[in-house]
Design a protein around this ligand. Structure first.
Ligand SMILES: Cc1cc2nc3c(=O)[nH]c(=O)nc-3n(C[C@H](O)[C@H](O)[C@H](O)COP(=O)(O)OP(=O)(O)OC[C@H]3O[C@@H](n4cnc5c(N)ncnc54)[C@H](O)[C@@H]3O)c2cc1C
Length: 438
């Protein structure tokens, strides 16, 4: 039996969250608008404002809800998390205020699963408390979508591992207390066993940030970017800095990226909802040719298309979350890839329509649509490009089907008709009447 209702107790929490995010988090997006701001733990002003908010979230039992109980979290599961994350997606600051900001969520999961007791004490606890932030350093300047092309190396020297190479788009490295770095430890090994993952304290000597790369909308002047191009110059870490053991880098990355991708999708639902709300409010409030914008059929079409696409996307995300909660590990892989593809498309289409309905005001920097538009292209790239995920979905479906023999497919109607006629030949060849049937 499929049931779309939400338990009343949990609905109360969601209602509280929605009110709190609108009232307390959305205004922070205007006060501290740079996309690096939520990660800048050294900014005394923003911390002075968010700490009481974080305390309130903790009092409500809604802090860091992405971890399950075995990993020290609340154990809400992905389905409830999906409903929470779609509220948090409305505001850039909300995930930080609720202790669920990426990439720290994924990095916390990795540490909880593969870290030593000392690494958990030193990094996981402060990360979960929101006292520090972290970086996931995997993509390289010459290779992102295909880890088999990675060249950043790590090798053993005595009791240490030594890391040498470059990484690209290591988000928030300028603010991070530690970096999780993927490096090739066994180049001769098969693709999935070549790499390992390391916890590297940010203060380790040899970490050189070549440039903090900005994204669309950022100024080239000044050092304001947040995606670091890093060079690891023979960076030396102790033997136990390796997570999960040599050759486990791919598995560790997968453990992290699956959750991260679906959490992005959940938050994107909330962003789309906000853009749709804005589109509808504008359509109801502006007039042209003697009637409301909402009375023009083109505008109605934009609202209808957006509402339908969002509903379909939301159901996909919720089903994916349900599969993660209820089926064996890895069962949601194809669905996570579907979410990844769809979130970039749906978000783009809805935000574009919302801007269109707002007219010239839509392209100003005076609505949240501006930052939505600037950031939306990243969704089709971060955590792997759309095309790679489409290939994954297609392969999953293709391997369920064997090629048929002969020229015509099993659905060839003349063949199926002949089989059916043969099956019922006795009846079809008799001179039957309804009266004879009784
Ligand atoms: C906002 C943002 C934040 C990021 N944060 C991080 C981070 O914190 N840490 C980190 O390590 N990385 C991060 N990344 C990098 C991200 O993981 C890579 O951008 C992504 O893996 C794609 O790699 P690439 O950019 O090198 O693209 P490329 O590998 O150069 O691919 C370029 C294009 O080629 C096509 N393509 C590639 N492969 C295939 C294929 N198999 N089939 C069909 N077409 C293909 C696609 O159209 C793709 O977009 C971030 C990226 C963004 C945009």
């Amino acid at each position: 039996m499929i049931d779309f209702s939400v338990e009343p107790d949990f609905q109360q929490k969601l209602d509280w969250m929605l009110d709190f995010v609108k009232r307390e988090c959305e205004p922070l997006d205007f006060l501290f608008p740079h996309h690096g701001d939520p990660y800048d733990t050294k900014n005394a002003k923003s911390r002075a404002i968010i700490r009481p908010l974080q305390d309130e979230v903790k009092r409500q039992g809604l802090w860091a809800c992405h971890l399950d109980t075995s990993l020290g979290g609340k154990g809400y599961g992905q389905l409830k998390l999906a409903l929470m994350n779609e509220i948090l997606g409305r505001s850039y600051w909300a995930p930080t205020v609720f202790g669920t900001a990426a990439p720290d969520t994924g990095n916390a999961e990795i540490l909880a699963m593969f870290g030593t007791e000392e690494q958990k004490r030193r990094y996981l606890q402060p990360l979960l408390e929101g006292e520090i932030v972290s970086t996931f350093s995997m993509t390289e300047p010459h290779a992102g979508a295909d880890p088999r092309e990675f060249t950043c190396r790590a090798w053993r020297e005595g009791n240490d591992w030594v890391i040498e190479g470059e990484k690209w788009f290591s988000s928030n490295a300028r603010y991070a207390a530690f970096l999780i770095v993927m490096a090739v430890t066994d180049p001769a090994s098969e693709a999935h066993r070549r790499m390992s993952m390391f916890v590297v304290p940010a203060e380790t000597s040899g970490i050189e940030i070549i440039r903090n790369v900005g994204t669309i909308g950022d100024s080239l002047a000044g050092d304001t970017g947040t995606h670091a191009h890093i060079r690891y110059n023979k960076v030396r870490v102790p033997a136990d800095a390796i997570l999960g053991g040599p050759g486990m880098g791919f598995q560790v990355a997968q453990a992290r990226l699956g959750g991260g991708r679906v959490h992005h999708a959940m938050r994107t639902v909330g962003k789309c909802q906000r853009a749709l709300e804005m589109m509808i409010a504008r359509a109801r409030s502006r007039r042209t040719q003697g009637k409301e914008l909402s009375e023009h059929q083109f505008v109605q079409g934009m609202i209808a298309d957006s509402a339908i696409e969002l509903e379909m996307f939301r159901l996909l995300v919720l089903k994916t979350a349900w599969i993660i909660d209820s089926q064996p590990h890895g069962a949601a892989r194809t669905h996570i890839a579907m979410c990844k593809v769809e979130m970039a498309k749906v978000y783009h289409d809805i935000v574009r329509r919302a801007i269109q309905v707002h007219g010239s005001y839509g392209v100003t920097n005076e609505t949240p649509l501006a930052s939505m538009w600037e950031s939306l292209l990243s969704l089709g790239l971060a955590d792997g490009p759309t095309e790679v995920h489409k290939v994954q979905v297609a392969k999953a479906y293709l391997k369920r089907v064997e090629p048929y023999e002969g020229v015509f497919p099993p659905e060839h109607i003349p063949t199926r008709l002949a089989e059916t006629q043969e099956r019922y030949a006795e009846i079809l060849e008799q001179p039957l009447t309804l009266e004879a049937l009784g």
